[in-house]
Design a binder for this molecule. Structure first.
Ligand code: ATP
Length: 474
């Protein structure tokens, strides 16, 4: 949608007001020559493409105002087959700009001789008026864009507050989200697989939030974070006197706590074997037995578990119970590593820029093409978590509104071994040279700093300047 079309209803009200004050007809077209607003006979043609638009086309290209005072004689209309039947007798038009580019045209039209006379007599004033209106429209475009940006950012924060908001349009991610949403309402066990930082926990949160259990808190346990000797009591609870140091009246375990809700068992591969046996019983019989307890306690829970380990290999090696593996692996969902879905990167970067803008009160606008290329070439071993942290870092250290290649941390620039398959050696060397130089020369570096750099690099000043010029780094 063009910039003007986005504020169409405002523009239509605006031209109506101008038309009634000046007693003329007014129209506005966008840069695709679609009529955005119009009065008189053009009120019925809103949304239609203006044909026979030599004159408008010229204004869009030249960015200069123009007028037709006699359509039968005007050069702009020469050769137009509609010239003899055209309803427009005269026309004064002015371009509408945004950031220096022409985004549309505002024009006053005379359909009758009387209107044409009025236009001719007051042409200078009309042009001045259109110019003023064009500036007003331009500022309206900026205000609306700023508002839209703010709304988007608020939406980002709102989504993040829900605890899950997936960004990513790749087929692989879409498929994972589709399955997650589809199984949310069921009570079946979900097994989330994927490297660290790929979004397993937010997937668990999403499934819980979309389930009928959402009114109760999801209980999350990181099996790798609890000391082995405490896992059992943490999960299943214990009775008074169950072991030395046991609390008076015992303690409720996480499974009991999750009754009626969802339990998320993260890093399930780290669950000790004896605890695995107890977990199997919980899953098969829907009961828990506290340590030192004698009677089973019925529970209603939905289990979501996750691991980044090769669990099949653990089963083979006897480190994970095979029967438990099959009992857990009912609905497997694979979260692909970021390096296998790089098409998600631009959206993720944009999302986290907006997120940290909001959080840190910054107004970062994006990433330069070179920086984006380098971020895309990087392998992201820490997946989305690593990317999120890098954006937070960049929001803190980058000076301009656009993240530049030179802002990126060295390890990313150096390790972004991009796909060099189709590159000649010269191109690879040039690419590397450009990255090294751009990470060394900060924007606005003084003459002295550049001279010092030439000295450090053991090249002449002339060579350094030639290279900086070549890579557009001056
Ligand atoms: N698709 C995504 N869109 C937006 N943010 C994401 C996405 N995937 C992951 N994140 C963010 O990355 C961070 C890590 O995600 P999460 O904790 O869900 O990963 P994980 O796979 O559970 O990692 P670990 O195995 O280390 O526990 C979180 O801050 C999360 O919000």
């Amino acid at each position: 949608m063009t910039a003007l079309m986005k504020i169409q209803s405002f523009i239509q009200a605006y031209v109506k007001a101008i038309a009634s004050i000046l007693d003329v007809d007014v129209t506005i077209v966008d840069n695709e020559l679609v009529r955005v607003a119009g009065t008189g006979i053009y009120a019925d043609e809103i949304g239609e493409t203006v044909t026979h638009a030599n004159f408008f086309h010229h204004i869009l290209v030249s960015g200069e105002s123009g007028s037709i005072m006699d359509s039968m004689a005007d050069l702009n209309c020469k050769g137009c087959e509609k010239r003899t039947t055209c309803r427009e007798l005269a026309n004064v038009a002015y371009p509408i700009f945004k950031e220096g580019a022409v985004v549309g045209i505002i024009s006053i039209i005379a359909f009758s001789e009387g209107e044409r006379k009025n236009l001719l007599e007051n042409r200078g004033q009309m042009e001045e008026f259109l110019k003023y209106m064009s500036v007003l429209l331009e500022s309206k475009l900026y205000t609306d864009e700023a508002k839209e940006r703010l709304e988007q950012q608020l939406q980002v924060v709102h989504d993040a507050e829900k605890g899950w908001s997936f960004v990513g349009d790749s087929q692989k991610m879409k498929e994972a989200i589709r399955i997650g949403k589809k199984v949310a309402k069921s009570n079946s066990t979900v097994f989330l697989r994927g490297e660290s930082g790929t979004g397993k926990e937010i997937m668990a949160k999403m499934i819980h939030a979309l389930s009928d259990r959402r009114d109760k808190l999801m209980i999350s346990i990181n099996c790798a974070a609890i000391p082995e000797n405490l896992v059992e009591s943490e999960l299943f609870g214990y009775e008074e006197g169950a072991f030395t140091g046991a609390k008076k009246h015992g303690s409720i375990g996480k499974f009991e706590l999750a009754h009626g809700s969802t339990i998320f068992l993260d890093e399930i591969g780290d669950m000790p074997l004896p605890v695995q046996t107890k977990l199997l019983r919980v899953l098969q019989e829907s009961v828990v037995e506290r340590i030192g307890g004698t009677k089973p306690i019925p529970i209603d829970i939905r289990v979501i578990c996750a691991t980044n380990k090769n669990i099949e290999q653990m089963v083979e090696e006897g480190a994970f119970r095979e029967d438990l593996y099959y009992r857990l692996n009912i609905i497997p969902i694979e979260l692909p590593p970021l390096r296998k879905r790089k098409e998600d990167l631009p959206a993720l970067i944009e999302y986290y820029i907006a997120y940290y803008n909001q959080k840190l009160g910054k107004s970062m606008r994006g990433v330069s093409p070179e920086a984006l290329q380098t971020l895309t070439s990087y392998d992201w071993p820490g997946n989305v978590r690593e990317m999120k942290n890098i954006i937070e870092y960049l929001e803190n250290i980058a000076e301009g509104e656009i993240i530049q290649l030179s802002d990126l941390p060295d390890h990313i620039v150096m390790r972004s071994g991009k796909g060099f398959e189709d590159w000649s050696l010269d191109e690879i060397v040039e690419d590397y040279e450009k990255r090294v130089l751009s990470s060394m020369v900060k924007k606005g570096a003084t003459l002295e700093e550049k001279n010092q750099l030439a000295e450090n690099l053991k090249i002449s000043r002339a060579t350094l300047y030639r290279k900086l010029k070549k890579y557009d780094l001056l």
